[in-house]
Design a protein around this ligand. Structure first.
Ligand SMILES: Cc1cc2nc3c(=O)[nH]c(=O)nc-3n(C[C@H](O)[C@H](O)[C@H](O)COP(=O)(O)OP(=O)(O)OC[C@H]3O[C@@H](n4cnc5c(N)ncnc54)[C@H](O)[C@@H]3O)c2cc1C
Length: 426
């Protein structure tokens, strides 16, 4: 046993610091590592994937063009998102599936996503991945973010990076360093995913019809809270009697700080899932023997703080499938807003088309060495309901990581844009 007084921080050598190991962070760290930069990736949980694994969302959207007629899924472009998807298909036997209105998704088991993310980041080289590392301080001098402090398994870390890619889902590092951000917490409703086993496989095929009927009755008679009707199926589940369900809550109360709101949501959702499980066993015959196999370790918060960038992705950019000469990622998912009704509001753009996300939507307006990706993107509320999906987050992460590495290594950003655009061509 050794004893000491206090804990000195460990300083990590770093060109590109990636904060957050969700879909966007996995793309960013892989890109920067492959471009030859020394990368540090800090992730607050003990595994990668972000909402794709912690909230167990279960399907990747944004990989394939919307198409109501084609027999097979058409990738929206080349590049890292497709590489990641191919790996999941190979390792976990995942297969694209057409859902509503010609939208295609790739269902996946969450543990397989975490394994694929870990492997792909590790194989990229040059990445020092630190798990259980939570960033709590970021300091800027003038127009540069110069220092970040984190606690990794309760030990202090210090990083002084050349460039930073904020992939926290909440633009946390950018905001801590003083960058302008927008609070989107009230834009969309959160949801908790849970898995039931031993359910009659026919229930999913019938679109949960018996569940919906009984829930309606129970809510009307006052025996279940109205929120229980906001239950939906995670596509691609239900075979072998294993059903993943999503329970949506009400959007955030604008008068509560988000940390307080999230605590209230987590407690409410977990209590509702317990009530729903009991109800399904008692009232819905195909669920008579249902076992509650798991509840996602984290509530899925769809929308949070996002950056004010040098450009802002507008709703019209998405709906008009606009292209840009500075486009570094392609979005192809419809606008999908989860508000107060049980089903999402969907707004579609043309089939077999996509929109571009310009690099300036990933660059902080006021901090020259900070980029963002995924849910931190600079976007209007409607545009974000499309651009936040996992396939697009992988792609914006890759773009931001490439640009951050070029900048850290003293290469022109125009060259980064050209390299990324080349990869997107199929
Ligand atoms: C209920 C729900 C259902 C959804 N369904 C789908 C779907 O079916 N298909 C789809 O494609 N998309 C879906 N989405 C959207 C999609 O899951 C997310 O938008 C996407 O995963 C975001 O990726 P990201 O990397 O930007 O952020 P996140 O996944 O949120 O990743 C952020 C990462 O940063 C880490 N982090 C945060 N703060 C810190 C810090 N201070 N220090 C260190 N690390 C930190 C987090 O732990 C996390 O790993 C859904 C979302 C929700 C909530």
């Amino acid at each position: 046993m050794t004893s000491s007084r206090g804990i000195d921080p460990t300083t990590l050598p770093c060109d590109v610091l990636v904060i957050g190991g969700g879909a966007a962070g996995v793309g960013a760290a892989s890109a920067a590592g492959r471009a030859g930069a020394r990368v540090v990736l800090l992730e607050r949980y003990g595994f990668l994937g972000g909402l794709a694994t912690t909230a167990q969302v279960g399907t990747i959207c944004g990989l394939f063009l919307r198409d109501t007629t084609a027999a097979a899924a058409t990738p929206v472009g080349g590049g890292f998102a497709q590489e990641f998807a191919s790996r999941l298909q190979r390792d976990a036997g995942a297969k694209p599936l057409r859902v509503d209105a010609g939208l295609w998704v790739l269902p996946y088991p969450p543990p397989a996503f975490a394994r694929a993310a870990d492997a792909i980041v590790s194989e990229s080289g040059n990445v020092n991945m630190v798990l259980h590392a939570t960033v709590a301080e970021a300091r800027a001098e003038g127009r540069c973010l110069v220092q970040v402090r984190a606690l990794a398994w309760n030990e202090p870390l210090l990083v002084r990076p050349s460039t930073v890619v904020d992939c926290t889902g909440e633009a946390t590092a950018a905001a801590l360093a003083g960058a302008a951000v927008e609070n989107g917490a009230t834009d969309q409703a959160p949801a908790l995913v849970f898995v039931l086993e031993n359910v009659d496989p026919g229930l999913a095929e019938r679109g949960l019809i018996e569940v919906r009927r009984e829930l309606r009755r129970a809510v009307e008679s006052g025996s279940l809270p109205a929120l229980c009707e906001r239950l939906s199926l995670v596509p691609g589940t239900g075979r072998n009697g294993r059903l993943a369900l999503k329970l949506s809550l009400a959007p955030a109360n604008p008068d509560l700080p988000l940390w307080q709101q999230v605590t209230a949501w987590e407690r409410e959702a977990r209590s509702l899932v317990a009530q729903l499980h009991r109800f399904l066993i008692e009232k819905v015959a195909p669920c008579r023997n249902a076992r509650l196999d798991s509840v996602a370790p984290q509530l899925g918060v769809r929308s949070g703080r996002r950056l004010q960038g040098r450009a802002r992705l507008a709703d019209e950019d998405v709906l008009g499938a606009r292209k840009s000469p500075l486009g570094v990622a392609r979005g192809c998912w419809a606008m999908e807003r989860w508000g107060n009704s049980p089903r999402p509001e969907m707004t579609y753009f043309n089939e077999r088309d996509y929109y571009d996300i310009p690099l300036d939507c990933l660059r902080a307006a006021e901090l020259d060495n900070v980029l963002v990706a995924g849910r931190c993107l600079s976007a209007a509320a409607g545009a974000m309901t499309s651009a936040r999906v996992i396939g697009t987050a992988l792609a914006t992460g890759w773009a931001a990581g490439t640009a951050a590495a070029f900048q850290a290594l003293g290469q022109p950003l125009d060259d980064a844009v050209a390299a990324i655009r080349q990869q997107l061509i199929l």
